[in-house]
Design a binder for this molecule. Structure first.
Ligand code: HEM
Length: 158
């Protein structure tokens, strides 16, 4: 690899680490701290206000991190294909990362649009059913994202 390619490669890995850190930390804060705290609110108006505020702050950051992570992971699949195939632990990491990113993408780009459409159409019963069906997605993003994160760090620094 010549110098410029090496520099670009390091920058992409660096961005991959930053976006991964944002994704996993945001996900754990939301799942483990904010979510349970918001569920304690009993006043539905207050709950709606808090949820709206959280959405405004969290959604752009998470969406950005997901897109960046997908793009950098696509590069890494291409650039580190032999490493991924030859190291069993990297195969587990890549698989966990792919599962986490596919789930995150479906929750943030597909199901959110669907939910917004149901909300605008006033179809509250359908919205409730869809919310129930998709409840498992975010916790799984956290589990698989954390596995991908920890293995990534372990592989490079142990
Ligand atoms: C939520 C998803 C993901 C997270 C949180 C994540 C996180 C990380 C972290 C923290 C590192 C460590 C880098 C270091 O400390 O030097 C890393 C490295 C790496 N990741 Fe990911 N990753 C994710 C998804 C993926 C996916 C889907 C792939 C490929 C299919 C992938 C491929 C790699 C590779 C090949 C490396 C090693 C890069 C190198 O140092 O040469 N990652 N990842």
């Amino acid at each position: 690899m010549n110098d410029i390619v090496l520099v670009m490669d390091s920058i992409i890995v660096f961005v991959h680490i930053i976006a991964g850190t944002v994704l996993v930390s945001m996900s754990s804060i939301m799942q483990l701290i904010v979510g349970p705290a918001v569920s304690l609110l009993t006043d539905s108006n207050q709950k709606k206000l808090v949820t709206e505020k959280l959405k405004k702050r969290r959604v752009p950051v998470m969406d950005g991190a997901i897109i960046i992570q997908i793009m950098t992971a696509m590069y890494l699949v291409h650039a580190r294909w032999n490493m991924i195939l030859s190291e069993p632990v990297m195969r587990v990491k890549a698989l966990s990362g792919i599962i986490a990113l596919s789930l995150a993408f479906s929750a943030h780009f597909y199901f959110r649009n669907k939910k917004n459409k149901l909300m605008t159409a006033g179809k509250t019963a359908e919205l409730k059913t869809l919310n129930e069906k998709t409840r498992f997605i975010e916790p799984l993003v956290l589990v698989f994202g954390a596995i991908a994160y920890v293995i990534g760090i372990y592989f490079n620094h142990m």
